[in-house]
Design a protein around this ligand. Structure first.
Ligand SMILES: [Zn+2]
Length: 89
């Protein structure tokens, strides 16, 4: 099996997951109250809860950064294919 296949996560990993709140919590970004039984986004690393407005914005920003990283990776792969000189670190 190829390296990329062996190392690919089975699902694309997004650092926020949608949750339904049980208790009343405050949004970690804007401080607005998120009432029980409301949809919110939970940050995978910190466990912070974000209201839908802030959560959507955070997701879009994360996606934009990933897009830039993907473009840089693609550019590097193309450069290597073109036989460009490897920078000596
Ligand atoms: Zn918020």
């Amino acid at each position: 099996m190829r390296w990329a296949e062996r190392h690919a996560p089975s699902n694309p990993l997004v650092p926020f997951s949608p949750v339904i709140t049980v208790d009343r919590v405050t949004c970690a970004s804007c401080g607005r109250a998120i009432h029980p039984n409301q949809r919110a986004l939970e940050a995978r690393e910190s466990g912070d809860r974000l209201c839908l407005t802030c959560g959507r914005r955070a997701l879009m920003q994360w996606a934009d950064r990933r897009r830039l990283e993907a473009a840089a990776a693609r550019r590097l792969a193309q450069d290597l294919g073109a036989g460009a000189e490897t920078r000596v670190a």
